[in-house]
Design a protein. Structure first.
Length: 589
């Protein structure tokens, strides 16, 4: 084997690892967080968790990514440890899909269609299509698809390069002797674990083993313990991701490690005991890519079937290894009120963005509830409710700080064009929601001042304020629905609603002046009413901003100021009809 063969092998390994990285990243971006959302929500049974873990891992081609994701779910309180166990087991099964894809390179036949199934035959076509998608198409989803095609082609080209570079090794006695050493189960297990821990991917290390098999020097006796070690070595990623995480997240990574360690121990004891009795002749046969994939899959399926019924025992064992403490109890008590994003999700930008979006939805609901409580104080003052609004405002501030900080971290990642636009819209939206919450607190102060001075509005003013309050609460509810459902049709309704609220505010001020001139109201009450209506009008402005943000997300050419300036408001226009309908609906008596 020459120095050039060594360089070819190293270059092939580099291409193989980079191709796997591109493939996994492209698949994650195309999924747009959908796979992770399914994983998050549909784990109410152990077997369903196994199937989902296997499916998601097979799609994104990385058990490490799935397991890290699950550790993040548990750390954030999204998923219970009991739910995570099934998903972790399924991830180990799903990761075997890569080995089966790589084994296609060993197909041998003169049939044209069978030949086309070989990666060396169809990968050049995928590479060309992928390059066209990346270089000449503007659609970000098509570009991500192109990344998948190119990543797979690079991966298979690297695999082929490694195999070709390693073929001369078959004639070297030293190389053959090396793999005779690996037939020692303990040594082979250690080598497999260390290699996988270094490159942090069992799929990649199994692929390297499959490439080595092309030399014909690797027997099943040497390959099987290495495969066992690879399953243990892949746990290093989850263990590293749990450093600094909550106790339950650490337990999830411990469960992953225990699954592979216990499974390997049981398999090794049973297999080699049976071999001592029966003497498996196939252990001396040369291993091939399909054989490696078969062993890898059989081990993970058998281990899952063995340990899944004892998942409760694994959970208890992990709790013994990672014990509870007072800090964990305190965190559990505060979990419902405060949250922290898990930075592990930043490695899956689409899903991280989805998590942020979910938190913004929660923020919107809290803001709406806060405003509803604040406006009720003008008609029935209650100190307890006023206190609740203050607490909700602080909670909204917490959401604002956490989400904006997380989105800024996420903005530094490699986002698709659609995700980048969505991130910007979320930043604008949380700003508007935070300001609405501030106005709710202003309204509480105004109500408290009126209550303290034992002052009240006239019956007519109270009747008008009821109608105006109903209009403001309705536009807030509408804007929240627009944001949640990304409803572009409803979004176009918010701006005429906002202008109707401006008109209602002007009409209320006009009516107050008339009452003031007739001596039916005081100047001081006029100031109080003006403060309330000004806050209402500004709240409506922020609702308009939220609706326009959704339109910006869906319509590329929509810009806030241009949209408002260019609306056709002439008599009989759609805008005017909606505007008149709102004035009629909230007509002051």
């Amino acid at each position: 084997m020459t120095i050039f063969d060594v360089l070819s092998m190293i270059g092939g390994l580099a291409l193989f690892l980079y191709g796997m990285h591109l493939l996994s990243e492209g698949l994650e971006r195309v999924s747009g967080g959908r796979l992770e959302r399914i994983l998050e929500k549909m784990t109410n049974s152990k077997w369903k968790g196994v199937l989902l873990g296997a499916g998601v891992t097979a799609v994104i081609q990385s058990s490490s990514a799935t397991t890290v994701m699950v550790v993040g779910f548990v750390n954030s309180g999204i998923m219970k440890l009991s739910q995570a166990i099934g998903v972790i087991m399924g991830a180990n099964i799903g990761t075997t899909a890569t080995a089966w894809i790589l084994s296609l390179s060993g197909l041998e036949s003169d049939n044209f269609w069978v030949q086309m199934l070989k990666p060396t035959s169809f990968c050049p076509i995928l590479a060309i299509i992928g390059i066209v998608f990346i270089m000449f198409l503007k659609d970000s989803k098509k570009k991500d698809l192109g990344m998948i095609f190119v990543g797979f082609a690079i991966l298979m080209f690297g695999m082929d390069s490694m195999s070709d570079a390693m073929k001369p090794l078959s004639s070297m006695p030293e190389f053959t002797q090396l793999f005779v050493m690996f037939s020692n189960p303990i040594l082979g297990l250690l080598v497999g674990a260390i290699l996988t821990a270094i490159i942090q991917s069992s799929s990649a290390s199994v692929g390297i083993l499959q490439a080595l098999c092309q030399t014909g020097s690797v027997s099943f006796g040497s390959a099987i313990p290495i495969i066992m070690g690879q399953n243990i070595g892949t746990c290093i990623t989850a263990i590293m991701s749990a450093v600094g995480a909550a106790k339950n997240a650490k337990r999830a990574s411990v469960v992953h490690l225990m699954f592979n360690v216990i499974g390997t121990t049981v398999f090794m004891i049973v297999f080699y005991t049976a071999n001592a009795i029966v003497d498996f002749a196939f252990l001396d046969d040369a291993a091939n890519a399909a054989g490696i994939a078969t062993v890898h899959t059989a081990f993970n399926i058998m281990t899952t079937c063995l340990l899944l019924p004892f998942s409760k025992g694994l959970e208890k064992l992990s709790t013994i290894i990672v014990k509870r403490d007072e800090e964990e109890d305190r965190q559990d008590a505060n979990a419902a009120k405060r949250f922290r994003f898990d930075d592990r999700f930043l490695n899956s930008p689409s899903f991280a963005l989805e998590q942020a979006n979910t938190r913004v939805m929660e923020m919107a609901e809290i803001t709406k509830e806060s405003l509803d409580q604040a406006t009720s104080l003008f008609f029935n003052y209650d100190k307890g409710i006023a206190k609740e609004v203050e607490e909700k405002e602080q909670l909204v501030d917490h959401y604002d700080d956490e989400i904006s900080s997380y989105l800024m971290k996420l903005s530094a990642k490699n986002l698709s064009e659609d995700d980048s636009k969505k991130l910007t819209i979320l930043l604008h939206t949380i700003g508007d929601l935070e300001r609405i919450s501030d106005h709710a607190l202003n309204l509480v102060d105004a109500a408290a001042d009126l209550n303290k001075k034992e002052q009240g509005f006239s019956a007519k003013a109270i009747e008008e304020l009821h109608i105006f309050t109903k209009a403001v609460m309705d536009i807030v509810a509408m804007s929240v629905e627009v944001f949640k459902n990304e409803d572009i049709i409803m979004a176009r309704t918010v701006e005429p609603f906002e202008e109707a609220i401006d008109a209602i505010q002007k009409e209320m001020k006009k009516r107050h002046k008339k009452r003031l001139n007739k001596g039916k109201c005081t100047v001081e009450m006029g100031f109080a009413l003006s403060e309330i209506t000004n806050n209402y009008e500004r709240i409506a402005d922020h609702c308009s901003n939220i609706a326009i943000s959704v339109m910006q997300l869906k319509e590329v050419e929509t810009h806030a100021h241009e949209y408002v300036d260019n609306i056709q408001k002439g008599e009989g226009s759609d805008f005017d009809l909606r505007y008149q309908n709102f004035l009629k609906k909230y007509d002051l008596p």
